[in-house]
Design a protein around this ligand. Structure first.
Ligand SMILES: Nc1nc2c(ncn2[C@@H]2O[C@H](COP(=O)(O)OP(=O)(O)OP(=O)(O)O)[C@@H](O)[C@H]2O)c(=O)[nH]1
Ligand SMILES: [Mg+2]
Length: 455
C-alpha cells in the first residue's frame, strides 16, 4: 500500500447533479491544489487556514472552467490523518473530469476504492471495525441497520474489543509473572482466579456472538424462500410483501419457473425473498428445471415460507412438501392462502401453528410479518450494546471463544497455567484481528476493496 503518493478521486457519484466533491489526500496536496484552484481572496494556497471553506476558480489549461469551494485539512487533523483537500465544484460530468485531469496532470494519482478510509486506518485514525461500519452506513437500508452501523462507527464494538484485549493481555502478563516468581506474592493469579477471569471473558464474547443473529437479520438479510405446490399463491405473496408486481401471477398452474427475487424490510428484519416454481412432477423440461431449483433454494434458505391453497383440500403434493419441510433445520412458517374464498384447509400436518392469509386482500399479512419479526428479533435491539456486524468479525469472536474454551478446559483437567496461556495468546491474536491491531495485508485489502472510489 503506497502511503507516500498523493491521490485524488471524485467522492460523489459520477453523473449530473447540483454539486460534486473531489477529494485529495497526501503530502503534495497543497502543491497540487495550488495549480488547480485560485482563491478569490487573492491569497496563496499555503496562506489559507485549515478547515475553512474558500471560494475561488478551478483552473484547467490556464483557464477558469468553473467556480466553487475549497477546504484544506492539514495533517494530522483530517479524515486520513494526512494533508487533504476537498474541492466542491458544479456537478457536471465534464467539469469534474477536467478538474480531476488537472489534478492528475499536476501530480496526483487516481485513488483506488476505499483508499481514503484505508489510509485513515493505517494512520491510526480509526479501528478496523469502525472502518467497516462506514461501509455499512452507506449500505444501510433501514433505520435499524443505520443505527447499528453508526454505533460501530462511533467505536462501540472497538471499545469492547479493546477492553477485552487489555484485560486478557494483563491476565496473561500477570500469569507469566506468577509462574516465574511464585514466591514473590506480587499477583494473585492462582488457577481458580485465572479460570474465573477466563470464564468472564468467554461470557462477554458469547454476548457479542449472540448479537450476530440480530445484525444478520437487520444488515445482511434473511434468505427467505417462498415455496408450495403450483397455484398456491406464492407469486401473489411475493408481490404482496414487496408491494410491487415483480412476479407474474396467472391462474395457470406452473406459471413461475425461474426464481424471482425481491427485498423487503419487515419490522427492521431485511428479507431477501425468492419466489420459486410450484413443486410437482412434470414432463415439461423448463418447469422441471424450475422445480429442481426450488428444491435447492429450500435447502439453502434461512427461512422458508410454505404456501398452501386454503380454498381446496391439501393435495398429495402438499402433504409430501409438508413432510419434507419438517426435516429442515431452518425455521419454516406455514401459510394458508386464499382465505377470502373459503377455508377448506385449516391445518397442515407437522405445523402446530399456521397463519391464514389472503395474498389478494392482504388479510393476515401483518400477522405473518409479526411472526417473522418474532423469529429473528424477538427481544428487539439494544443499541447501547456492542454488536458484531459482519462475518469476518464473527469468525474472530468464534476463534476467541474456542481458544479461551481450550484454556479453560486445560485448567479444568489439571494442566498448569503456562499450558493455558498458550491458548490465551491465540485468543489475544483473535481479538487483535477483530479491531485490526494485528491484521494481515490481504485481509485489509479485501475489506477496503468493497468500498467505493472516493471513500
Ligand atoms: N381469491 C384469491 N386468489 C388468489 C390469492 N392468491 C393467489 N390467488 C390466485 O391464484 C392464482 C395463482 O396465483 P399465483 O400467485 O400465480 O400462484 P403461484 O403459487 O405463484 O403459482 P405457480 O407459479 O404457478 O406455482 C392466480 O389466479 C391468483 O390470482 C388469494 O389470496 N385469493
Ligand atoms: Mg408463481
Amino acid at each position: 500500500m503506497r502511503l507516500d503518493g498523493t491521490v485524488a478521486a471524485l467522492s460523489t457519484p459520477y453523473g449530473r447533479g447540483a454539486i460534486a466533491m473531489i477529494r485529495m489526500t497526501g503530502r503534495d496536496t497543497e502543491r497540487i491544489v495550488s495549480s488547480v484552484f485560485r482563491p478569490k481572496n487573492g491569497k496563496r494556497i499555503t496562506e489559507l487556514s485549515a478547515s475553512h471553506a474558500y471560494y475561488g476558480d478551478f483552473i484547467y489549461d490556464g483557464e477558469a472552467v468553473d467556480d466553487g469551494m475549497l477546504t484544506l485539512y492539514r495533517a494530522p487533523v483530517s479524515y486520513t490523518g494526512e494533508d487533504m483537500a476537498e474541492l466542491c465544484c458544479h456537478g457536471g460530468m465534464l467539469v469534474c473530469s477536467l478538474i480531476l485531469k488537472a489534478l492528475y496532470e499536476a501530480g496526483a494519482e487516481p485513488a483506488v476504492g476505499g483508499e481514503f478510509t484505508k489510509r485513515a486506518f493505517i494512520n491510526g485514525k480509526l479501528r478496523l471495525t469502525a472502518a467497516e461500519a462506514i461501509m455499512d452506513v452507506i449500505d444501510a437500508d433501514s433505520v435499524a441497520a443505520l443505527r447499528l452501523a453508526g454505533a460501530n462507527n462511533r467505536g462501540l464494538l472497538s471499545r469492547e474489543a479493546s477492553d477485552m484485549y487489555d484485560e486478557l493481555k494483563h491476565l496473561i502478563a500477570q500469569t507469566y509473572a506468577y509462574i516465574d516468581y511464585p514466591d514473590e506474592d506480587m499477583t494473585d493469579v492462582s488457577v481458580p482466579e485465572l479460570r474465573r477471569r477466563i470464564g468472564e471473558l468467554i461470557k462477554r464474547a458469547e454476548k457479542l456472538k449472540a448479537s450476530r443473529k440480530e445484525t444478520a437479520a437487520v444488515c445482511d438479510g434473511i434468505k427467505t424462500v417462498i415455496c408450495g405446490t403450483p397455484n398456491a399463491g406464492k407469486s401473489s405473496l411475493l408481490n404482496a410483501l414487496t408491494g410491487e408486481q415483480t412476479a407474474i401471477v396467472t391462474e395457470i398452474p406452473g406459471t413461475t419457473r425461474d426464481i424471482v427475487t425481491g427485498t423487503v424490510v419487515i419490522g427492521d428484519v431485511k428479507l431477501r425473498l425468492a419466489d420459486t416454481a410450484g413443486i410437482r412432477d412434470t414432463s415439461d423440461e423448463v418447469e422441471r428445471i424450475g422445480v429442481e431449483r426450488a428444491g435447492q433454494a429450500i435447502d439453502g434458505a434461512d427461512l422458508v415460507i410454505a404456501v398452501f391453497d386454503g380454498s381446496r383440500g391439501l393435495t398429495d403434493g402438499d402433504l409430501a412438501l409438508a413432510a419434507k419441510l419438517g426435516t429442515l433445520s431452518s425455521p419454516v412458517i406455514a401459510v394458508i392462502n386464499k382465505t377470502d374464498i373459503s377455508e377448506k384447509t385449516v391445518s397442515v400436518p407437522g405445523f402446530d401453528r399456521v397463519i391464514k392469509i389472503s395474498a389478494k386482500t392482504g388479510a393476515g399479512i401483518d400477522e405473518l410479518k409479526n411472526r417473522i419479526r418474532e423469529l429473528f428479533l424477538a427481544g428487539g435491539i439494544d443499541y447501547g450494546a456492542p454488536h458484531i456486524i459482519n462475518a469476518r468479525q464473527y469468525s474472530q469472536i468464534l476463534r476467541f471463544i474456542s481458544s479461551c474454551g481450550s484454556a479453560a478446559a486445560a485448567l479444568d483437567q489439571g494442566q498448569t497455567q503456562d499450558i493455558a496461556c498458550l491458548d490465551l495468546e491465540d485468543a489475544l491474536t483473535a481479538l487483535a484481528g477483530l479491531d485490526g491491531r494485528e491484521v494481515n495485508d490481504e485481509i485489509v485489502t479485501e475489506i477496503f476493496s468493497k468500498f467505493c472510489v472516493g471513500k
